[in-house]
Design a protein. Structure first.
Length: 211
């Protein structure tokens, strides 16, 4: 019995005990920290999955399929500005990666966000609300954020790739580095937008009392 008490004392005074006390005193900060850690895990998954999918799609004819949709005004040089701007041709040859690059990016993000949905719902927010209702609003938010992030990408994507691949002459390594940078920027945008959305859609409803 004394051994059990000693073990309980170690747990209470150890990292787990400290975290339990911290969550009790600062529930909102603790929740944000868990959200932060899980989001970083999802970002790491994206960084690992993106080059795999990109290399797979790079072997297909989709690289030569132009994918430039949702024109919204013009660039500074007068050329059309597309929200989703993936011109045909490999990026190493001056293209935009075509439909192949678009699919690699979006499939990577979709897989990561599906995992993020269940992880954040169960671990961070411990929600017991209707999962289908939450999934619907999550999907709506995901579509809006994807369009917004894609629109913002038009301002930094091309300059980053041009700087690393051409100006600095890093070639294929520069392309890979640019992939990582753009994915991190995209993840950062999602991170700051999704947290308040999760606070709304992931509710903790009082358990129904048995009669």
């Amino acid at each position: 019995m004394s051994n059990e008490k000693a073990t309980d004392h170690k747990l209470a005074s150890g990292p787990l005990g400290f975290w339990a006390r911290y969550k009790e005193k600062h529930p909102n900060i603790a929740q944000f920290l868990v959200f932060f850690m899980l989001s970083n895990g999802v970002t790491v998954l994206q960084l690992a999955l993106m080059p795999i999918l990109k290399s797979i799609f790079a072997q297909t004819s989709l690289v030569s399929t132009n994918f430039q949709i949702m024109q919204f005004g013009e660039n500074f040089d007068g050329s059309p500005y597309y929200v989703f701007d993936y011109a045909a041709g490999a990026m190493s040859a001056g293209g935009g990666g075509g439909l192949a690059y678009f699919l690699a990016v979006q499939i990577t993000i979709a897989i990561a966000q599906i995992l993020n949905f269940f992880a954040q719902r169960s671990i961070t927010f411990k929600s017991n609300s209707n999962i289908w209702k939450a999934a619907f609003w999550y999907l709506v938010a995901y579509v809006i954020i994807t369009i917004g992030a894609a629109a913002a990408q038009g301002f930094y994507k091309a300059p980053i790739y041009d700087l690393l691949m051409n100006t600095w002459g890093m070639g294929s390594f520069g392309e890979t580095t640019a992939d990582v940078i753009t994915m991190i920027i995209n993840s950062a945008i999602s991170f700051w937008v999704f947290f308040p959305i999760f606070k709304i859609i992931f509710k903790q409803e009082p358990e129904k009392q048995a009669e």
